[in-house]
Ligand binder design. Sequence first.
Ligand code: GTP
Ligand code: SPV
Ligand code: MN
Length: 597
Amino acid sequence: MAENEALRGWVDEVRKLATPDQVVYCDGSPGQWDSLVKECLLTGELIELNQQKMPGCYLHRSAAHDVARTEHLTFVCTPEKEAAGPNNNWMAPADARTKLAALYQGAMKGRTMYVIPFMMGPPNSRFSKIGVEITDSKYVVLNMMIMTRAGKIALDQLGTSNDFTRCLHSLGDLSPERRFICHFPADNAVWSVGSGYGGNALLGKKCLALRLASYLGQKEGWLAEHMLILGVQPPGGEVQYITGAFPSACGKTNLAMLVPPPSMPGWKVTTIGDDIAWLRPGDDGRLYAVNPEAGFFGVVPGTSRKTNPNAMEMIQTNTIYTNVALRPDNTPWWEGHDDPPPAKAIDWQGRPWTPASTDKAAHPNSRFTTPAKQCASISPEIDNPNGVPITAMLFGARRQRVVPLVYQSRSWQHGVFLGATLSSETTAAATGKVGVLRRDPMAMLPFAGYNMADYWAHWLKVGKALSDPPRIFRTNWFRTDENGKYLWPGFGENLRVIKWILERCAGKGSAMDTVIGETPTPGALDLKGIDLSGPALAKLLLVDPAEWAEAVQGQEQFFETFGLHVPEAIHTEHKRLAQRVQDASASSDLHGRDHGA
Ligand code: GTP
Ligand code: SPV
Ligand code: MN
């Protein structure tokens, strides 16, 4: 039971509104974990997986219409609509409170209300924040215990302070008709109802650590980003830290846990975070990052010993699987697993499945929840209260065409422009059509807690506070050939691109100037040990001014939606790009267009 008066008062208020049968405080202890698991096995919220083969592993099946973030039901409730920006859905705070209070009223009758104090970030760190989530979902409690530093540790850090994020969650009736995820930046609060799924329900993650934190960061001079953090140590060299912002299901977890290919001996990669980074300028003029989370909530399909051996090993124990398929021996299976499709299985909805079935066995957005400490590549720096200094930042996306494998920005300002113009083909991580190209600036479109154009201005301002800013690069592992086949092998081989990036950061590595930035010269990438044809490499690195002329127009229309909020520096970079593209088109008209691919 909490000594903190502000917390007790709030818990009491919610108890009166939601009328649960009982209130249980989460202390984060192994004993509490075990008893919650036992209860979930009784209620069916968890299904026990084969404990001989996979000790501590369980399967959860969510409601069939509650399998991904629902962006259209997510709101930022600032007093003024303009502050939320065209990138967010907005509701007036008072309206949101009234609407949701009605849904919380009596919502926990017959259920237990859990109070989960949690810490985002390492202990005793100026980066870290305390939140408390109230929920009526045991699955949420278990996930929060993995994903955050939950229980006593957080309560101790909070002490008697009133400075904590109030995160209120109820499953409600799980109907999308009565589902809302509302953020109140001015009150440091999140109210979520009607969904039990990941980003909608584990309120420390996208709601606190990105939407509210980005808002706070703007006020306090730091950044909250949808970024992985990894350490890379070249043979005989120092560890360098890199962050990468890729949209949901575009490769952050995979890059964070990269295993160097055998043909690159001596390289070492360590993992700090796979989804969120909090970044602050340090006294030495560099940018420092921490991972606010303590676990991984990763995409399951496509995970295998070939693609992500570290993750595959890590998810053999103490893992909650959500919406994967079940084999007769009670082990999980999914599309992209190392094992071939089983002759028969139970699909993610609990229905019989065979390889002849037209539906997928696992949901495309099925997930694993696993403690970070279980990852073989985890870095000891994950608990460093000062964070790690960042050498390079990547903006990556899923683009079949137009965007080359990698290119470097010319400056911080140009790098911010590359982030601001990021676009990607949509994935199953959010509800809606998959594979549609959409703008997703800094991979933060669904997560920026305020006007996206003001957020670009904030990025520019943070850059001014750095005497040695990270160098900014854009990457694209997903360019395809005429047959829709990926041109780049990806996964562990992405280290070849990282190698070039680190060389560039050290003032070495050879690059050529193109209209969009600096791409590797054909010989600059270390391709020893992979089978990549000359034409394929040329296609991967191709920058076609004609295609970019189209992109420039699209960018202009996009910026217009933000009106006067768009910083002048962004307009400047856009004009520069437009001019370069125009000049290149004029000269290629003169010489006859021949791009050789
Ligand atoms: P969120 O957790 O939704 O934020 O996703 P994420 O950015 O961490 O993406 P993740 O690493 O889980 O990858 C998503 C999907 O992309 C998986 O199916 C991966 O197998 C696939 N993927 C990741 N990296 C690569 C790559 O380099 N090449 C190819 N072709 N696919 C990749
Ligand atoms: C994402 O969608 O970017 C995720 C999963 O990392 S969720 O927690 O649902 O946001
Ligand atoms: Mn994510």
